[in-house]
Design a protein around this ligand. Structure first.
Ligand code: PLP
Length: 631
């Protein structure tokens, strides 16, 4: 569907079928023989309690496709396998998943399971991430790497050393030089020989939004001077054999393979120098940054696109490492990457509903209204009105708009000082809107109110104006007749989406068809970072989640897990409220009220309130509310 550029950003997973619904091909191009999954059918099934083990799942819903995840993982591995083989590279690729991208338990467990045969590991950046990565990796391959990044205190370092004791292939990557003393001390105390890596601050700089981590002034990593000091200290302690890994991360969404090759080449040279200085180097860890094409433009100078494929990325990395190592006669290291965004973005789709739409309609004014209004205009505003009419007759529309603006400002001033009444002010507004409409500059964009919180579900749009592909998941066989922006449920003017892929400031949308017809929209490629970063603004919690796997049944899929989103009680509890006590207080007040007023129905009102505590905070579209029933 060309309007939404789905072939550009969606291939090979997403397309549109002949009924006009978005479909998912979870195994990508590899298994064309599988039936495509119709997203609309998934939403219907997910909202049907018979398919979800009795749960009434409310929208918004995140639909996860573990098969897509498996395909991404296998595609990344086979891209590197191919590059290694075709270039005669003397070692192998062994990636890790940075759990910060999406810490969902089942997603991480899937990654460990799917990647176990090719030793795929995990990267942690904090103590809870490390605890969780340690327990997940116990079920994977013992060779899988467990990379420990992030700022570390002694507790973090002890945990990482215990992980090594438990035979997990753990590497402590120094982000700051000061961490080294603690690593040495604690490893001696615990009697564990650590494997140490260093995060290098590269000179190569990525200029996009995500590049602030790179360059000499970047927030993270050790400078060359500090790296040399680390080598010396480890040598003095007889621990230089522990130094085995070099890591760098030049930022997310690396736009081009030329920048990538530049950074990898610089790091490979540091790697070779470390070998020369006697470190027992084995692994070069190129960090994250493998980008995805959110707008399908394949552009190399945009934060939302990348100008390469997975294969081209892997080839550029392998080529750059090989070239530098060969030049220095150094054995080829294991290549590790920490790709997050590129692994998990595609596997989940956020589905939400447009519940109403509103367009500002220009009021109609009869010539009587206009004359009546002009008669009441203050003296100095008359001249603006006359100038406005003259420019309209001359066809000078620019001046027309300028006079309308002047007129409006004068009338607002008069209203503020009490000399213009509210009807006159409304007539002024109406006249100015009429002028804008006649000249063709009035805004034709409709606001669609969506049952969603931007802050919870699309935080990167709010925080860094990151755009994601958004489109209706059905009615795509029908030409949309409107342009719309999306306004969320929060009481916050930032809670709207008015920028879309392709630089658009509105989205092609269909007319809503009335109360009984649903209009579902999907946000795609949001599987990385959005869930982890989302907040509780206005106490809207996260969406419901379903896992959907391909199956041979009549629909071609099965809902294998359904988890309702947090209830009002859950979100209140997360802010230290005590919903049970709150409910008892309210119940008591209701009983008093009912007694004082001699009314019936207290139990019903209490039941309605109890229900509200149990429901999700989002709009309960289409279902009647218990509180109304009790009235
Ligand atoms: N590794 C490190 C150290 C990071 O800081 C990040 C993200 O910022 C990643 C990996 C993941 O990057 P990406 O999601 O771009 O692959």
């Amino acid at each position: 569907n060309a309007l939404y550029k789905i072939d550009g950003w969606g291939a090979p997973y997403f397309s549109v079928n002949s009924s006009g619904n978005v479909t998912v091909r979870p195994h990508g191009e590899r298994t064309m023989d599988h039936q495509e999954i119709d997203l609309l059918k998934v939403v219907k099934k997910a909202s049907d309690s018979k398919s979800t083990g009795g749960l009434d799942l409310q929208l918004p819903i995140i639909v996860r496709f573990p098969d897509v995840l498996k395909d991404r993982l296998e595609s990344l591995q086979s891209a590197f396998n191919y590059a290694v083989k075709s270039q005669g590279y003397g070692s192998h690729y062994q990636g890790v998943y940075p759990v910060k991208c999406n810490q969902d338990r089942f997603l991480v467990e899937d990654i460990v399971r799917f990647g176990s045969s090719f030793r795929f590991g995990l990267e942690a950046g904090s103590k809870p991430e490390l605890l969780f990565a340690m327990s997940s990796l116990c079920k994977g391959s013992s060779e899988s790497l467990l990379i420990c990044n992030g700022f570390k205190d002694s507790e973090y370092i002890s945990l990482a050393l215990i992980a090594r004791k438990l035979s997990l292939n753990t590497v402590i990557v120094l982000e700051q030089e000061e961490e080294l003393d603690s690593v040495i001390d604690i490893s001696v105390k615990l009697g564990v020989r650590p494997v140490i890596g260093v995060r290098a601050k590269l000179r190569t700089k990525h200029s996009g939004h995500f590049g602030s981590t790179s360059g000499e002034k970047g927030k993270f990593g050790l400078t060359t001077t500090q790296i040399v000091r680390v080598v010396k200290k480890l040598y003095q302690c007889g621990m230089l054999d522990c130094f085995q890994l070099l890591h760098f991360h030049i930022g997310s969404q690396i736009p081009s393979t030329s920048l990538l090759a530049d950074g990898v080449g610089e790091a490979a040279q540091i790697y070779c120098e470390l070998v020369r200085l006697g470190a027992a180097m084995k692994v070069i860890d190129i960090g994250g940054g493998l980008g995805i094409d959110y707008d399908g433009s394949k552009s190399t100078n945009s934060d939302v696109s990348v100008g390469y494929t997975l294969d081209e990325y892997a080839t550029a990395v392998v080529q750059a490492v090989k070239f530098v190592c060969d030049r220095n006669s150094v054995n080829h290291p294991v290549i590790c990457s920490e790709s997050g965004r590129a692994l998990v973005s595609h596997h989940s789709v956020l589905i939400f509903e447009a519940v109403s739409s509103s367009k500002y309609t220009v009021p109609t004014m009869s010539s009587f209204d206009i004359h009546n209004f002009i008669d009441q205009l203050p003296e100095d505003a008359h001249s603006d009105y006359n100038s406005l009419s003259e420019s309209a007759i001359r066809g000078d529309y620019e001046s027309c708009l300028a006079y309308a603006d002047q007129l409006k400002q004068k009338c607002v001033e008069k209203f503020k000082d009490g000399s213009l009444d509210i009807e006159q002010l409304a007539a002024t507004d109406g006249l100015c809107d009429l002028v804008a409409k006649e000249i063709g500059v009035s805004n034709p964009v409709t606001t669609y109110h969506v049952n969603l919180s931007v802050f919870t579900s699309v935080p990167d749009f709010w925080g860094i104006e990151q755009v994601f592909p958004i489109l209706p998941i059905h009615r795509l066989d029908e030409r949309p007749t409107k342009r719309g922006v999306l306004s969320d449920l929060t009481c916050d003017s930032d809670g709207k989406i008015d920028k879309f892929i392709g630089g658009e400031t509105s989205l092609a949308l269909h007319e809503l068809e009335g109360e009984n017809s649903k209009y579902y929209l999907g946000m795609f490629l949001g599987g990385a970072y959005q869930e982890a970063l989302g907040g509780l603004h206005n106490l809207f919690g996260g969406p419901s989640v379903v896992r959907v796997s391909q199956s041979d049944g009549p629909f071609g899929f099965a809902v294998t897990r359904a988890v309702p989103g947090p209830s009002c009680s859950d979100v209140l509890r997360s802010m230290q409220h005590e919903p049970e006590i709150m409910f008892q207080t309210l119940k008591h007040r209701i009983e008093e009220f009912v007694q004082d007023e001699g009314q019936m129905g207290g139990a019903m009102i209490s039941a309605g309130i109890a229900q509200s505590f149990n429901n999700m905070p989002y709009l309960t579209v289409g279902s009647s509310c218990c509180l109304t029933a009790a009235n």
